[in-house]
Write a protein that binds this ligand. Structure first.
Ligand code: EPU
Length: 420
């Protein structure tokens, strides 16, 4: 449980963690090459530990060799197991990205249905359709999907939606397919670019990552990553910016390319944030009550759905009425009831949330149901005028590396209590 007391302005510098939504895919990508891989800037997250267990269950053991350095030993083809342990697979959505590498390396895969945050239905039809275009054949098992292929063969694949993890899967399946694969309507997220760059370091031939048309020329074989540094986490950056928006102050974020957060920075600027943007980070300042804004979530480069819960929390104290519309996930609203416990004036209508900014929030005892919802509750608690308790914090720590230490270093009144 976190206990959070009313907090004054935040001040200080944060070296951003490596991105959760990149490292989990890079870990899966290591399965494409036999040998010992080395990754830098790896965040300590609950989800990374789950992915380590998943990799171990297929024969790839990993170990921490320095605080943020992870090695992964990938066995030769015949020793790699195509059935990751369901117990772990069911815990995180990112386990779906094992489909591509296991099909490519083993010619088969049996994957329990991926779990993760509960945002309403999270189908995997786009993944299966794309991989089928490369020659995989899938059959549904109870609570699992089974795929086989003799040889993956490149083709043109138009994704029905620019799904982030489906694009990851296609990149990994295409890397060693025979011939050329064109992924059209691909996701453009910086973490997809990071995966493509890592695959290129392994010997893949990929162009166009970061645009909606990626071309992959299949190669025979890949070699291990000899020290790849994970891109900075823009969602963590957004989270600390929203905390700043809630209580004011001045913080410096290092280890993130501000160009990957351009629309968010513009929105925050419209609310009253002041920024000084550098090549590898930014300085942000808030010294007055923020103005309300309207926001809609969209695939990258739009405002990410992952920023939304924290932005909603921040807007609960802005001056005026904000409308936030969710366009990616049908059920990403569960945290609203928890925010209402702080006295926030929020109503949801369909996929819109209407927030009437209040002068004050009161402390509350609330529960985190997923990573970003949990982060939103921390932000609300920082801005409340009396102490709060947040339960279910293991969800928060699935996606944030030492959130308590990071916030405390900025002056936040937050501590951990073992008892829930
Ligand atoms: N969709 C389908 N069929 C599919 C795949 C997706 O209909 O086969 C739909 C989804 O239902 C959703 C939309 O497409 O409505 C977008 O889903 P997408 O596939 O892009 O999301 P994802 O790949 O499952 C990743 C991140 C999420 C992030 C989204 C959107 C990982 C492990 N997860 O999920 O991150 O919200 O992209 O950017 O990369 C988080 O970090 O907290 C998190 C949830």
């Amino acid at each position: 449980m976190y206990v959070i007391a009313p907090t004054g302005p935040l001040r200080g510098e944060i070296a951003l963690q490596g991105a959760k939504n990149s490292i989990l895919k890079l870990m899966a990508a290591t399965l494409l090459a036999e040998g010992e891989h080395l990754l830098y800037n790896v965040p300590h997250l609950g989800d990374v530990e789950i992915m380590r267990q998943i990799l171990a269950s297929v024969g790839a053991e990993s170990s921490w060799v320095a605080p943020h350095e992870l090695t992964i030993k990938v066995p030769r083809r015949g020793e790699l197991v195509a059935t990751p342990l369901r117990e772990y697979v069911g815990k995180i959505r990112a386990s779906v990205v094992l489909l591509g590498p296991l099909l490519s390396r083993c010619g088969e895969v049996e994957l329990g249905l991926p779990g993760g945050d509960d945002f309403g239905g999270r189908p995997i039809d786009i993944h299966l359709e794309g991989l089928s275009r490369l020659g995989a054949e899938f059959s549904e098992q109870p609570h699992a999907v089974r795929g086989v292929c003799h040889q993956l063969v490149g083709d043109t694949v138009v994704l029905e939606f620019p799904s982030h993890t489906a694009t990851d899967n296609m990149l990994m399946a295409a890397a060693c397919a025979s011939g050329t694969t064109v992924i059209d309507n691909a996701a453009r997220e910086p973490e997809v670019v990071d995966l493509a760059q890592a695959l290129c370091q392994m010997g893949a031939k990929i162009t166009g990552a970061g645009t909606s048309r990626i071309v992959v020329e299949g190669v025979q074989e890949l070699s291990p990553l000899r020290g790849y540094s994970v891109v900075g986490d823009r969602v963590a950056a957004a989270t600390y910016l929203c905390a700043l928006g809630m209580v004011g102050g001045e913080i410096k974020l290092e280890g993130i390319d501000p160009a990957t957060m351009e629309i968010l920075i513009r929105k925050l600027g419209a609310m009253g944030f002041e920024f000084e943007v550098h090549e590898s980070g930014l300085m942000a300042q808030v010294d007055k009550r923020l103005r309300a804004v309207n926001i809609q979530t969209l695939p990258y480069p739009g405002v990410a759905t992952d920023y939304k819960p924290m932005m909603v929390a921040m807007l609960t104290r802005a001056d005026g009425v904000s409308v936030v519309s969710e366009n990616l996930f049908s059920g990403r609203f569960r945290y609203l009831e928890e925010l209402q416990r702080f006295g926030a004036n929020i109503i949801s209508e369909g996929h819109h949330v209407v927030i009437r900014g209040a002068e004050t929030l009161v402390g509350a005892r609330v529960t985190a149901f997923d990573i970003r919802a949990g982060a939103a509750l921390v932000i609300a608690a920082l801005g409340a005028c009396s102490p709060s308790q947040i339960l279910g914090v293991s969800h928060i720590e699935r996606g944030y590396d030492d959130p308590v230490g990071t916030l405390r270093a900025l002056g936040a009144e937050i501590r951990v209590e073992e008892r829930e």
